[in-house]
Structures are given as C-alpha cells and as structure tokens.
Ligand binder design. Structure first.
Ligand SMILES: [Zn+2]
Length: 422
C-alpha cells in the first residue's frame, strides 16, 4: 500500500493522517530520522518519508506494540485522572451551590408594613401559609387547603412525600382544635391537598372538591360519606356560609417543564408518593358568602376568560406565586379577570411564601421561599407581591398581606395606614 503524502514534521503528519482516520488508528508515532516518520497503528507499521511517498510495512512485532500500547495507556490514565479531578470539583461546586440555594432566602422585610391588623369584625380568617386558611364566624369553620406538611426541597425533588402527622396535629392545635364543617382545597397539587385526609379525619370536615381531590381523601383512608365531589358552579351550605366552587384555570408556567401530561389523579392515592403524584385535578375559585360579607379565594395565578364575570365580592384572596415570571400582558389580564372582574374592594395577597420551611419554624410572618424556588424555579415572591400591592394602589383598592395564625377580618382588608406603607 502506498499513500502519497508530503510531510516534514509531526504537525504536518497529524494533518495528513486525519484524512485516513476511518481506517488508521494511531497508537504512536515518532520521527525516526530527519526525513522519515514512523507510525504504528497497532496493527501495522507506517513509514512516511518526508517530501516523497508513504510505504506501509508489516508491524515490527508484539514487543513494540506492547510498549507503544503501554505508553498510550499511561497517557490515558493521566488524562482520566485530570478529568476525574475536574468532575469532582464541579460536583463539589454544584453541591455547594445547591445547598446555598435551599438554605438561603430573599429578605422580604420591606413588606412588614403591609400586614393586616387584628380582626375587628365577627367573621375572621386565620392564615397559615401558602393558601391555607381557616374562615370562622364563631359558629362554623371553613378550611381552605389545610396544608401543614412542608416536605424538604430534596424530598420534593427526588424522594417521596408523606403527610407530617406531628405538623398537622400541632397546627390544628394552634388553630384551637375546632371542628371544621368543610375542607376545600383549591386544587389537588401537594401544596393544597396533600394533608386533606388527615385533616378531615381530625376535624370531622367534609372534603370538598374534584374527583382527584376525592382520590387523595380515599387513598388516605377517609370514608366515602366524608367526601363530596362538586359540580362546576355548585353551591354548598355550611351554617351561615354558602360556598360556590367555580372552575377556573391553574397558573400557566412559562416553562413547559412543569406541565403535567395527565392532570388528574385517577386512583386513590396512598402516600408516601412522589410529589408529582399530586396532580392538579380541577382548579377552583372558591366563592365564600356570608351575611357578614363575601370573599373569593383564588389561590393559583391563572384565569379563564370571563369565568368570574357574574361574581361580585368584597375581598379577593389573590394567589401571586410565580406571577412575576409571567409576561406583563398575562399579569394585566390576570388582574383584570380576578380583582377587577369581581369588583373587589380589597385584596389579600397569598401563595407567595415558602413550600419547604417546616411550619413549626415559621414565626408570625410567612417564610420567604428559598432561592431555589424563588430565583431558579421562578416564584419571585418579592416581585410578585410588589406587583399586586402596586396594582391595588393604582386601582384604588386596599391590599394587605396576611400574618401567620392571627385572626384578621375576612371580608374587609384591614389595610395598614397608607403613610406607613412605602
Ligand atoms: Zn398548583
């Protein structure tokens, strides 16, 4: 075999051999003489005379091959060692960054002046994070979501989650261990509905919601007579409260990674299960009417056009989590379809706070989401709350944040004095 090559040095040889990569594997090469280059590809010995032609000769034998392969192996080991060191360093940096993201949270103390003041009226609401709340007129209690378990970010991302009985029982004790007439999750995602079976069992509440919500109750061992699947627009009465479930739309994530292929929980769901097993089900705006006033709990920052056209309320409990990650057009449409459409006189801003901070560790203010949720996953609590407060001000209506556990007016937003606000 003769190959016409014109090579004078190693660099030229490499370039020339590139043309034959498909059938020549180079294990070693050297310049054997001033004008002769020898290449051994493991099977054959190739000699290249500079400036002339190339002659392919039989291999010089096993010994030479073994020596060249050993040299190549040693070279590979050195390369592998450096790749390993670089990879370990990257993993270490990644772990440190992840730890920092889940251990730190933005400072939201700028909103301190916006928290609602203690209740003045007969119908109260006690907020206990995200969109979990207890409405009460002193006779009848209605609970929204009832979520006390806050799984760690790691468990939510990679593991399985399970209702935290200790957190549920101490949370219910903090709310006075009162009996609850109805337990109503806004939809069936974990942060609204994962505790419903345990909470309903302990409070005697009727669990209200979609087929998916019912399946969380069933999987958790809640008897069928304590589960009520509702129709769109259906009104249920509990004492002086009338509750109407209006089907609406969940927040639309700009990033499709959060999209569920099947949004329904089709079988009884028995924990522990992965966090994503708590699928959306149907999403509701919950209209709560009472002789003392009216409210709409709209926990997820999504909307269906005109869904709330015929609804008129005193106060909207407006979910804003992730809202700042959406477009300005989306935000404006959301405001138009919820507080504006319902002619609300006040807005309580909800569902902007942490999913993972253990509830026992949270003080009298909701916990800010950690940086993983806030910055990386796009909750953007500060910017989302800011949007709602500014928009309320521009619309001439009151807005406030809800303190943890404390009873505040359910149907009027006890907005802090304007001069105290920034
Ligand atoms: Zn959700």
């Amino acid at each position: 075999m003769r190959l016409a090559l014109n090579v004078a040095n190693a660099a030229q040889l490499r370039a020339a051999l590139k043309r034959f990569r498909s059938n020549i594997v180079i294990y070693y090469w050297k310049i054997a003489a001033d004008n002769l280059i020898v290449v051994n590809d493991g099977r054959r010995r190739l000699s290249y005379a500079s400036g002339t032609s190339v002659v392919v000769r039989p291999s010089p034998g096993k010994a030479a091959n073994a020596a060249s392969q050993k040299a190549a192996k040693e070279e590979n080991m050195i390369v592998l060692k450096w790749i390993s060191i670089a990879l370990l360093a990257l993993i270490g940096l990644g772990a440190a960054a992840f730890a920092w993201l889940i251990a730190t949270r933005p400072d939201l103390s700028e909103f301190e002046n916006y928290y609602a003041r203690p209740a003045q009226s007969a119908v109260t609401v006690r907020f206990f994070g995200t969109s979990s709340m207890l409405f009460s007129d002193g006779e009848t209690n209605i609970m929204i979501d009832g979520w006390f378990t806050r799984p760690s970010t790691l468990a939510m991302a990679f593991g399985k989650v399970d209702p935290d009985i200790a957190a549920i029982e101490s949370g219910l004790a903090r709310l006075g261990n009162s009996s609850v007439a109805a337990l109503i999750p806004g939809h069936s995602h974990l942060d609204h509905a994962m505790d419903v079976a345990e909470v309903a069992k302990r409070t005697g509440a009727m669990l209200i919601g979609s087929q998916s919500t019912a399946n969380i109750g069933r999987g958790g061992g809640l008897p069928e007579q304590q589960i009520k699947i509702v129709e769109d627009g259906e009104t249920l009465r509990f004492g002086d409260f009338a509750v109407t479930m209006i089907e609406n739309r969940h927040f639309v994530f700009p990033n499709d990674a959060f999209k569920e292929a099947d949004p329904f929980i089709r079988e009884p769901l028995t924990p522990p299960v992965p966090a994503y097993a708590y699928r959306e089900g149907k999403t509701y705006s919950i209209l709560i009417e009472h002789p003392g006033g009216s409210a709409l709990v709209h926990a997820s920052a999504g909307f269906k056009e005109d869904a709330l056209r015929d609804v008129d309320v005193d106060v909207v409990y407006l979910g804003v989590g992730f809202l700042a990650s959406q477009t300005a057009e989306y935000q404006e449409a959301y405001w138009g379809e919820v507080p504006t459409a319902t002619r609300a006189e006040g807005v309580y801003v909800i569902h902007w706070d942490s999913f993972s901070q253990p509830i026992a560790d949270i003080g009298d203010r909701p916990a800010a989401p950690n940086r993983l949720w806030n910055d990386l996953f796009g909750m953007r609590a500060g910017a989302s709350v800011d949007y709602a407060l500014n928009k309320a001000k521009a619309s001439g209506i009151d807005a406030a944040l809800l303190p943890m556990w404390e009873a505040v007016d359910a149907f009027t937003v006890a907005a802090p004095p304007r001069e105290a606000a920034q």
